[in-house]
Design a protein around this ligand. Structure first.
Ligand code: ZN
Length: 143
């Protein structure tokens, strides 16, 4: 990764940490799940409002490090409007991107790709995947 690109990626993470999107409770949520990372102290709740098979709304609240918060913000933005199957596929892609080094990132929003740099810091991978696991857990609770 060249340094311009990594600066761009960093600015996405800083932006989402400073002004997290969908950072609110969802009173009419149809499912929710909590995620914790005791190693870092990250703790979040993720809410989903399903309309049939679609995620009509996604939100989160909680506290944690910049990576965990930015990732949760990016996650809620990325899954909104997707079907359950699409959100699951995106989860798999994201998880692979950070742990297995998947090369096929087609269909992944650019913002989410900004988190690819986290791969170089194995201790922080949990920070990044925390809210995604919670999202998937909420999806499964919905089924
Ligand atoms: Zn963290």
């Amino acid at each position: 990764m060249n340094s311009d690109l990594s600066e761009l990626y960093q600015s996405v993470i800083l932006d989402h940490n400073k002004s997290p999107r969908n950072f609110k409770e969802l009173p009419d949520a149809t499912a929710h799940a909590e995620g914790r990372n005791p190693l870092c102290g990250d703790a979040y709740t993720v809410w989903l409002r399903m309309e049939g098979d679609h995620i009509a709304e996604a939100s989160f609240q909680g506290n944690g490090c910049a990576i965990s918060k930015a990732s949760a913000s990016l996650m809620t933005t990325a899954v909104k409007g997707r079907t359950m199957a699409e959100a699951e596929a995106l989860f798999d892609q994201f998880h692979e991107m950070l742990t297995g080094g998947a090369t096929d990132l087609s269909g992944m929003p650019n913002g989410v790709k900004a988190l690819t740099g986290v791969k170089a810091f194995p201790m922080r991978v949990k920070c990044a995947t925390l809210s995604w696991h919670a999202m998937r857990q909420a999806l499964h609770a919905e089924k």
